[in-house]
Ligand binder design. Sequence first.
Ligand code: PLP
Length: 449
Amino acid sequence: PHPVPETGAAVKAADRAHVFHSWSAQELIDPLAVAGAQGSYFWDYDGNRYLDFTSGLVYTNIGYQHPKVVAAIQEQAARMTTFAPAFAVEARSEAARLIAERTPGDLDRIFFTNGGADAVEHAVRMARLHTGRPKVLSAYRSYHGGTQQAVNLTGDPRRWPSDSGTAGVVHFWAPYLYRSRFYAETEEQECARALEHLETTIAFEGPATVAAIVLETIPGTAGIMVPPSGYLAGVRALCDTYGIVFVLDEVMAGFGRTGEWFAADLFDVVPDLMTFAKGVNSGYVPLGGVAISPAVAETFARRPYPGGLTYSGHPLACAAAVATIRAMDEEGVVAHAARLGAEVVGPALRELAGRHPSVGEVRGTGMFWAVELVRDRETREPLVPYNASGEAAAPTAAFAAAAKAHGVWPFVNMNRTHVVPPCNITEPELKEGLAALDAALTAADEYTV
Ligand code: PLP
């Protein structure tokens, strides 16, 4: 590819004139015009190439332009580009079979959606109809999507402008030892106290009013807080005791991200419903869904499920999922992510934490890691205040600019950077990115006390 700067300028001009961007003040953004992408890299029209440490929005789990998936999309387009959801279609049937074979436990029926938020919407609708109960519990420090129910489940500031106050959501605190809400000093205390807090919340809300508990298996955008062992099993037990549907949101954590097919596999826990999207086909064509247990499916065996989408199980998206899952199997992508996480990222980040005063904590698994940036390691004061923007966010902006100057496109959220490259990134590429991170952290160190 020979990107031409004039083309880049035209792409940028049309974007600025006509594209309305997500989550943004339209006049305050400056989107990079991207000329191309391949594997773990993308490049602009001026000859700058970046190693993508974000996997897009944590979804290109097999990188850009994987030839097997591109070919499968082309073949499906030539054969049957689209077909309505009420019919049995080969690509859809095969995608559902391959996904159901990999989802935890007895989850074996798949409802396809266009992405993650609508998967969450439908999981909640199924849970409410299955139980006949109105309310849903979800965690602070979570993200579940941008549609009305999903954003109301979300436990971060993106909810506030759209908080309906009538979404039937009650928020609780999940485990996060580094900033414990429970004055815990050990993982065991954090686990036990978080479960006690959740059970008390259920008791005071009234168990017979709670349809579902919705949790990210490992919270993603909110900070990759790997739960203590025993926590999710404890939530499963509470759901069983009180007849509550357990929904795990694996939109970000699923499909190899954590070094397992699903993060639930790390904890040997089986939810009643599990949402997925993103990595299911590396985001090449929009696709998400809900994996459904036999008990919930039974509710809709002889009574219609009141929900659907024009593009449910779109053949192009499903063909991309089939090719992605097969490629991940053939190329051992899930085991590769587990190994690189344990042998390369974990040790490298712990070593950086020892040298950079701006690093408060590192945590994660597989290709799913967070670096918590602080002003003061003693007090754990975040490098930027919660929900900072503009001048207040200068320290993380300086970090991001330094990373880009060293050729890495970093994921930055609040006071954290996440290391979330494609799960099939090569070891040399990963080491190159970690070295750039090392250099960029020096910019963050400038803002420590
Ligand atoms: N759930 C989780 C855990 C996510 O990380 C996201 C997106 O980042 C969503 C749901 C929403 O998915 P989508 O943007 O495809 O609607």
